[in-house]
Each structure stands twice: as structure tokens, then as C-alpha cells.
Design a protein around this ligand. Structure first.
Ligand code: GAR
Length: 188
């Protein structure tokens, strides 16, 4: 798992692990509460901070993740764009959870942007990661109604409550072809 923040989605994935998936490694780009959550759960953690050389960071991140030999990479609140070295290795097996109904409101401020636009419904999208910003194929989506008095924080909290369940159900629906290592999802 790739994280940068408070890690409530990570916590949900940790709490709901069973024979269908296990969290093997948690990687962050900076010190964050998510790393503490992983540590408390006894899961191995690594930090790969972004320095001045973005290409070197991208390669290092790919190396660290590759060492864990994951079937699937899950970006949950990871706030950096994954680069070509990472995607060369992991495109097709990397998914992200985004706090909006894509293709509306991609990017780092999805909740703020949806609120500013005045939408009445927003939500959560789980999608494959490709070279674009939140442009990969959509795996699952769940709507959230915007209340007239919602703030960015209150709306984000409602979306995250949905995301915590959605990401678990998506991971439980993952099917991995043992020969090609290709991942598909039966989630509807
Ligand atoms: C989630 O809402 C996730 O969709 C969002 O960060 C939050 C992480 O929450 N990700 C992005 O905005 C990525 N562009 P958490 O740290 O409590 O798990």
C-alpha cells in the first residue's frame, strides 16, 4: 500500500484482512499517521521521500515495492504522481482510491473542487493507475449526496466513510491470473 496521510483507508484494509488479501508492505513518501497504523498492525513499513531528483525517487519507489513482490499495489491517500519507472513495472496491478466520481474532479483537491462547482452528488472512485492524473480504467464507484451545509471537511469525511468500505470490497473481488499475474476485479 502507498500512503501519505492519516491512513484511515489503510486502517480499514488492515482491520478487514482475511484469506482474500493481506497487506504486505506500507510505503509512504513522508512521515505520517498511516505509517504508525501499519506499525501497530505489525506490517512492514518503508519511507521513500521525494528529493530534488524525481526520476531517482520514482526508481527507488519501484525497487522498494518490487522487493515485497506484491500481487497488487493500492494507493490510498498517496499524494504523489507515480512516474514512468514505477508504472513500467506496476501499471495494470496498481489501483487508486479517489474522493470524487471520475472523470469529474481529478487531482489533489477533488472534494474542494466538487463543493466549489456546486454538485449535489459526488462520491468515490477506485480505478487503475495510468500515466495520467486519475485517468485510468474505473473499477468501482459509489455516490455520496452533498448536503447544503457541507464543508470540505464534512464532505470529505462522508466520502471517506464510503471509501473505507468500497476499497475493502474491491480488494476482496480481485482475481489474479497465476500465469500472467494480471489482476481483474469482479466488483460491481
Ligand atoms: C482519501 O479520501 C483518498 O481518496 C484521498 O486521500 C484520502 C486519504 O484518507 N486521496 C486523494 O485525494 C488522492 N488524490 P486517509 O489518509 O484517511 O486514508
Amino acid at each position: 500500500m502507498l500512503v501519505s496521510g492519516t491512513g484511515t483507508l489503510l486502517q480499514s484494509l488492515l482491520d478487514n484482512q482475511d484469506a482474500r488479501y493481506r497487506v504486505r508492505l506500507v510505503v509512504a513518501d513522508k512521515d505520517c499517521a498511516a505509517l504508525e497504523r501499519a506499525g501497530m498492525a505489525g506490517v512492514e513499513t518503508r519511507t521513500v521521500p521525494l528529493g530534488p531528483d524525481r526520476g531517482a525517487w520514482d526508481e527507488q519507489l519501484a525497487e522498494v515495492v518490487a522487493a515485497a513482490e506484491p500481487d497488487l499495489v493500492v494507493s490510498a491517500g498517496f499524494m504523489k504522481i507515480l512516474g514512468p519507472a514505477f508504472l513500467d513495472r506496476f501499471e495494470g496491478v496498481t489501483i487508486n482510491t479517489h474522493p470524487a466520481i471520475l472523470p469529474s474532479f481529478p487531482g489533489a483537491h477533488a472534494v474542494r473542487d466538487a463543493l466549489a462547482y456546486g454538485v449535489k452528488v459526488t462520491g468515490s472512485t477506485v480505478h487503475f493507475v495510468d500515466a495520467g492524473v486519475d485517468t485510468g480504467a474505473i473499477i468501482a464507484q459509489q455516490p455520496v449526496t452533498v448536503a447544503p451545509d457541507d464543508t470540505e471537511d464534512s464532505l470529505h469525511e462522508k466520502i471517506k466513510a464510503v471509501e473505507r468500505e468500497l476499497i475493502v470490497s474491491v480488494l476482496r473481488s480481485a482475481r489474479i491470473n497465476p500465469t500472467s499475474r494480471k489482476v481483474t476485479f469482479t466488483h460491481e
